[in-house]
Design a protein around this ligand. Structure first.
Ligand SMILES: [Zn+2]
Length: 66
């Protein structure tokens, strides 16, 4: 699951959000939608963004591939 880090442009709050689809992200502190995404160290390491799936079978979901 991709975790993204955001910074609020309003109050400067740093926070992390689990992203599902294209949901609107708001600052948990001041509810502003004026936020900018940072590159998370989590997603840099293991998780590839988008439809990475499984590296050996290329499926978008590799529950059948062990
Ligand atoms: Zn804020």
């Amino acid at each position: 699951m991709p975790i993204y880090e955001y910074v609020c442009k309003g109050c400067g709050e740093n926070f992390e959000v689990l992203v599902f689809g294209e949901k609107k992200i708001k600052c948990p502190k001041c509810s502003s939608e004026e936020i900018s995404k940072k590159l998370s160290s989590f997603s840099m390491k293991g998780v590839q963004k988008g439809n990475s799936g499984c590296s050996s079978c290329k499926a978008s979901s590799c529950s059948s591939c062990k």
